[in-house]
Design a protein around this ligand. Sequence first.
Ligand SMILES: [Zn+2]
Length: 114
Amino acid sequence: MGSGNAIRGSRVGAGPMGEAERGEAAPRVRVSFWCANMHETRPSFASDAAIPELWDCPRCGLPAGQDENAPPAPPKNEPYKTHLAYVKERRSDKDGKAILQEALERLRNNKSPW
Ligand SMILES: [Zn+2]
């Protein structure tokens, strides 16, 4: 006993300390959004990213919100209108029906209505 050998102590604190987790995927969070058609979409965001209040529904394009029970209302003026809707808006209902009839007849004749 007492040979004088230095104690081969393990150096306290030799382990990896304070190393940032690099090279690994940043932690992500998934957030659910619901549109007015109750489509749920769950995009993932970087945990340090700002999560938007609204998200476009990938299925129908309506804005989707994070509150399942109160999805945002669809916008009233849809950006795209069919040609027929545009025509009907500009003309009387009667003219619109005549145009529709004409289109149907053209369809029957196997021609493109537009
Ligand atoms: Zn939707």
